[in-house]
Design a protein around this ligand. Sequence first.
Ligand code: G3P
Length: 215
Amino acid sequence: MKFFIDTANVEQIKEAQDLGILDGVTTNPSLMAKEGIKGEENILNHYKTICEIVEGDVSAEVISTDFNGMIKEAEVLANLHEQIVIKIPMIAEGIKAIKYLSGKGIKTNCTLIFSSGQALLAAKAGATYVSPFIGRLDDISSDGINLIEDIRVIYDNYGFQTEILAASIRNPIHILDCARIGADVITSPLDSIKALLKHPLTDIGLAKFLADHNK
Ligand code: G3P
């Protein structure tokens, strides 16, 4: 399973990269705004900075909602760096754009996936990744993990190559559930990734080993 970090915060991206387990980064307009990155030039430069820190795929989201606008933005973003993946919203114009871009060999990430039907359409269009939002489904008393399970079954039935990129991760249990089901990728805040490191018995055991060594 690949580990992506879901942030535009350079310090957190560097920390995850230094840990040695990072396979990529996902961003979205809200995450860019959270870091105060505004204006086209600053946004493009920020994507370049992120690509220089990590080795894997970096999702950069379009803000157009019409086919022509999405393609224009996608071409600029794809030319920015070979690691850029074009993140496209799950709307009809987005599906057309994914089909067009996949035909050109440009990687895409279909975002805002909340149903298995949406995931099926994105795979049919040739998306490289689909991003089902687990946490936002849980927030409305739906079951985000069930959606990952359904998409896994559907993709395996037909051998779709589209990778399931589980997004909107809120805690380490989400990550483990995704691993159990066989999601291809999780994209997570740094805290949930670091929470996987911790176990009180590890801390107690290490303290005893060190104390015994010093006796
Ligand atoms: O990047 C998309 C997704 O991961 C957003 O998560 O926490 O805003 O629901 P969240």
